[in-house]
Design a protein around this ligand. Structure first.
Ligand code: SF4
Length: 239
């Protein structure tokens, strides 16, 4: 009988140990990951569903699908472009195709991956023939963009092109006048710069975008390459 008591004591002490170590540890691991993770994912998915069925403006009539955005919902850096193009409309992803490749090159030149940042557009449906979204379309889609920003809470936003700046600030100033200095959107630093699509058509402005991106890197405490002439040429050519 005393042997059974001994065995039972052993089992109980193991269960005590397991509860205090293994199971408890696992509980801590889950809660320590990021307390807001679950909440952010749930909120992002609810917003995504809402956008998928949106018919607020006429852009819903010709879209193949909405393009919500992609990347890391916990990202410190958010890129906002203009609107989906043909390839984005087909794939349902932002910045694919040639402009997307250039944006990926810019992100890589920063020492980051696309998975480290979040990428979206000011307008979530493709305008016909890739025309610029109208003020009305930007305005009607604006609550979605603002909710995305509110959920992701980035430290810095890079506004790619004039439409993106207009969506955030209602500013009609040219991107030439706005680029190169931080603006403030509800406490978030915003760097306006040229849209990758514009850079493909006007590669001489790549060096200006690289200057803007270096200011963003500095703000994010990312290592900024030295300003040597040789390096400058390599970096500008690489994006
Ligand atoms: S562009 Fe925006 S507002 Fe217009 S239908 Fe698409 S999601 Fe809705």
């Amino acid at each position: 009988m005393s042997k059974y008591v001994e065995i039972w004591d052993e089992i109980r002490s193991y269960l005590d140990f397991a509860e205090k170590s293994f199971f408890w540890e696992e509980k801590i691991q889950v809660t320590q990951k990021n307390p807001d993770d679950g909440d952010i994912t749930v909120r992002i998915n609810i917003l995504k569903k809402k956008i998928e069925s949106c018919t607020r403006c006429s852009l819903n009539l010709n879209r193949k699908q909405t393009v919500f955005g992609a990347g890391n919902v916990n990202a410190e850096l958010l890129f906002i472009g203009e609107a989906p193009g043909e390839e984005e409309d087909i794939q349902g992803l932002p910045f694919v195709g040639r402009a997307g490749k250039l944006l990926t090159d810019i992100i890589t030149a920063m020492g980051l991956r696309r998975d480290d940042v979040f990428i979206c557009n000011a307008v979530k449906c493709r305008p016909p023939d890739n025309r610029t979204p109208t003020d009305e379309e930007i305005l009607l889609c604006n609550p979605y963009l603002k909710e995305q920003i509110e959920i992701i809470k980035p430290k810095i936003i890079v506004a790619l092109g004039a439409v993106s700046v207009r969506a955030l600030f209602k500013s009609k100033e040219s991107i030439f006048a706005l680029r190169g200095r931080f603006l403030n959107f509800n406490g978030i630093k915003v760097m306006p710069t040229f849209h990758p699509g514009f850079l493909l058509r006007n590669p001489t402005y790549k060096k200006h975008t690289w200057q803007d991106i270096k200011l963003v890197m500095k703000e994010m405490n990312l290592p900024v390459p030295e300003n040597k002439e040789k390096n400058k040429k390599q970096e500008v050519n690489s994006i």
